[in-house]
Ligand binder design. Sequence first.
Ligand code: TRP
Ligand code: SF4
Length: 325
Amino acid sequence: MEKKIVMSGMRPTGSSHIGHWEGALKSWVELQKKHQCYYSIVDWHALTTEYHDSKNIKGNIKELLLDWLSVGIDPEKSIVYLQSSIKEITELFMIFSMITPLGWLERVPTFKEQKIQLNDRDLNTFGFLGYPLLQTIDIIIVRGNIVPVGEDQVFHLELAREIVRKFNNFYGEYFDEPMEFLTPIPKLPGIDGRKMSKSYNNTICISDKAETIEKKIKPMITDTRRKRRTDPGVPEDCPVFALHQSFSSKEEIREISYACRKASIGCIDCKKVLIKNMNDFLDPFRERREKYEKLSVMDILEKGNKKARETAKRTLEEVRELVKI
Ligand code: TRP
Ligand code: SF4
């Protein structure tokens, strides 16, 4: 792949978990080796659904930033910035609102789904309807053409391309149509066996300390066939085994699978192996986090804001000329 401009974002809604690592951050770290990457903490997007309870957003910004830095997003390579500090985004958003048909926004599946799911708040708002347009602006204002996202965002990217096409038709071929770079959907279960999700309170966080990992893994339910130590199990039916898939070596997985079926390993020992491997995996993250916690990370963010703002300014100037405004 030639050098591209990569753009992606995450909402600051709480600690990142290992699903975020598998499903996004791992690719983000990889992409920064070859491309110019823009990674945005999209606090306006958080506000679209959390406006009724926005007091946590600020604290979550710093937390998310630390999560990113700890997994190896390198602020010397990637431009890491805060969406709401780039005021140019709002102007471009406004200009694009003139050409974006309401019907396109109303058609977005997440618009209807989220309104049903988050029914404790009113999402019949202008801002929430505009969510995918704001996302489009995030991408194009830094001239992003590769967008690492999960499957659930594909519709947003299709919409972004349609909107870009419309702009280009009116005002001249200026923006690239952004392409999604699909990241794998993590198959990690949470510690209760359900899908790992913040809303289920069953996550393993990137920032968890070694003791926390132990506290979370030890009481996990295992295959219910293994009531006694001598009862053989079926590892495929065990969420602990599912986590081994991500953190243990092929060799270990093979051994555990065999030993579980033969009842020659107990669940406690099996979990001990997982705890050790998870901690070995998280240790480099912890080290980096500690290093960054001593620095002023908000200064790092401010540096990124400056760089992103420069790019955004240039885009906006050129757009104003094209639109003749
Ligand atoms: N909508 C994305 C999500 O929920 C977050 C997001 C906002 C984003 N702006 C973006 C992702 C720009 C990629 C590019 O995950
Ligand atoms: Fe799960 Fe391991 Fe127990 Fe088998 S031995 S049931 S894989 S925890």
